[in-house]
Design a protein around this ligand. Structure first.
Ligand SMILES: Nc1ncnc2c1ncn2[C@@H]1O[C@H](COP(=O)(O)OP(=O)(O)OP(=O)(O)O)[C@@H](O)[C@H]1O
Ligand SMILES: [Mg+2]
Length: 272
């Protein structure tokens, strides 16, 4: 059975169509990188799969079931992440997400404690459990966020920009960790990112969004001048060098530019 099925899905936000009649299927143990410029709809798509957004048209199924809020089959790492929990220990931070309550501090029963320990173990963060979040590096915090998303043994992980603000070395560690978990647990992962290169070698397929449309396939099928020119609505060149791939427009690296805008805290309009 598919992990995700989209059938003619249209998503509209603030009167604007973000994704237009998208149909695709993602297998139940597949690592899919979700790429596309700022505003392409990566976060919106994840929110729709979580049942947080009404569909303007079409249908989405997760493991054969219609989308619904609070679906325990899905683990989610949102793009906007809270920093208010910095005084908590790593263990308390993960525990705060048990029962879907990210902010309260529940008194965990034995099953809850076991679930937290299991999630910490999966991401190799047992040693971080007692330390306060404020002391941890970005990569270590990212591991705890990943542990949160693994609580309840989801069959599908939606990870929205887990690489943001990590240096290339930490980015590589996060990608390898997610790939290992995805394989060991036999689950599906949607992993959004601004740059393809950190994901090369880990992903099974890439889902590229742009201009309301989507293209899903292998890197060789999707990361091509014709496909990306259609999604960007502008002439795109794809340059391969040193095992890396660059998506260029008029001599500018589109993915790097998107990344820089993100760090600056501004949002580039689509195609800007
Ligand atoms: N609540 C909202 N109301 C109106 N428009 C919205 C709302 N949320 C998002 N949008 C718009 O929907 C479009 C898609 O946004 P989305 O956050 O899904 O893009 P994204 O691909 O995740 O971008 P980024 O790479 O910057 O994270 C953007 O144009 C955004 O401005
Ligand atoms: Mg986003």
């Amino acid at each position: 059975m598919n992990a995700i099925l989209l059938d003619g899905v249209t998503l509209r936000l603030g009167g604007r169509i973000v994704l237009d009649r998208i149909s695709l299927e993602i297998a139940d143990a597949e690592f899919v990188g979700v790429l596309g410029p700022n505003g392409a709809g990566k976060t919106t798509l994840m929110r729709a799969i979580l049942g947080l957004l009404p569909l303007a048209a079409g249908r989405i199924a997760v493991h054969g079931q219609p989308v619904r809020r609070g679906n325990r089959l899905i683990g989610y790492m949102p793009q906007v992440r809270a920093t208010t929990a910095l005084r908590l220990s790593g263990h308390a931070f993960v525990a705060a997400a048990v029962e879907g309550d990210r902010w309260g501090l529940p008194r965990l029963d034995r099953a809850g404690r076991l679930a937290v320990d299991e999630a910490l173990e999966l991401v190799g963060a047992r040693a971080l459990a007692r330390r306060p979040m404020v002391e941890l590096s970005g990569g270590e915090r990212q591991r705890l966020l990943l542990a949160q998303s693994l609580l309840g043994r989801p069959r599908l992980l939606l990870l929205d920009e887990p690489l943001i603000s990590l240096d290339p070395h930490r980015q590589g560690e996060v990608v390898r960790l997610v790939r290992r978990l995805q394989r060991e647990l036999g689950i599906a992962v949607l992993f959004s990112a601004h740059e393809l290169n950190p994901l090369l070698g880990a992903l099974d397929r890439v889902l590229y969004l742009g201009g309301g449309r989507a293209s899903l396939g292998s890197v060789d099928e999707v990361i091509t001048a014709p496909v990306l020119s259609r999604l960007y609505g502008a002439p795109i060149e794809v340059v391969r060098a040193g095992g890396r791939i660059f998506v260029m427009s008029g001599g500018q690296d589109m993915e790097r530019d998107a990344h820089r805008h993100d760090h600056a805290g501004t949002r580039a309009g689509f195609g800007a």
